[in-house]
Design a protein around this ligand. Structure first.
Ligand code: IYR
Length: 225
């Protein structure tokens, strides 16, 4: 392709990555095999994880694309035992209601294979909880500033975070005790931040198990036109 001179103000050259096709295929296959080993875990070890590692994971999450590059997210990292306890207690209170009437029969049936209930011990066992907040708008010098595609943006950042966690050899659970407003209260977040996901993270416990799930085949998820 012919090189076109780009005349964009405040742009910098893109540092292209050039593996060559054979290496690209190899890397994509290896990465798929590695990502296919990622599982959501509910059984954590209390073994400590260096904070620097968590910081790297969050920096990686924040490389996700976002509407107008607003990066409309805050990652709250909780290592304090008393805050983890408060979050567990509040989450279990909501989950008790979910399992005793708030979730439909169809929903409960869909969850049977996960053998879950309202107990959320992992919220105290895991060395860290990460609560992702979405910023529905920003506040700059008292003025409201609009954010765009907030759910899509924060969902992408959450995906990057889960990928980074798996890449580092740690495990996590995407947990959404519903409703999640208690997280904003416990963590004293400002009005413009709404809880998006609660992610316990750490090492798996020695006896950790996962449900025997199968992923959809390619022809079920991809249509070529
Ligand atoms: N929030 C509840 C129920 C639950 C809902 C879904 I959708 C899941 O994929 C798994 C669980 C709980 O965490 O137990």
């Amino acid at each position: 392709m012919e090189k076109q001179k780009q005349n964009k103000k405040n742009f910098i050259p893109y540092e292209a990555i050039d593996f060559g096709e054979a290496e690209m295929l190899e890397r994509s296959e290896q990465f798929f095999q590695y990502m296919d080993r990622r599982r959501s875990l509910r059984f954590f070890s209390s073994k400590e994880v260096p904070l620097q590692l968590i910081e790297n994971l969050i920096k990686t999450a924040s490389t996700a694309p976002s509407g107008a590059h607003k990066q409309p997210w805050t990652f709250c990292v909780i290592q304090d035992k008393s805050i983890k306890k408060a979050i567990r207690e509040a989450a279990e209170k909501e989950e008790y209601e979910n399992y005793h009437g708030r979730m439909s029969d169809e929903w409960l049936e869909d969850l049977e294979k996960f053998d879950t209930d309202w107990h959320k011990e992992f919220l105290e066992v895991a060395p860290y909880l990460i609560v992702i907040f979405k910023k529905t708008y920003d506040v700059e010098e008292g003025d409201k500033k609009k954010n765009y595609y907030v759910n899509e943006s924060v969902g992408l950042a959450a995906g990057f975070l889960l990928t980074a966690i798996h890449n580092a050899g740690l495990v996590a659970l995407t947990h959404t005790p519903s409703p999640m407003n208690f997280l904003a209260e416990i963590l004293k977040r400002p009005q413009n931040e709404k809880p998006f996901l609660l992610i316990p993270i750490g090492y798996p416990s020695d006896n950790a198990v996962v449900p025997d799930l199968k992923r959809k085949a390619l022809d079920e998820i991809m249509k070529l036109y």
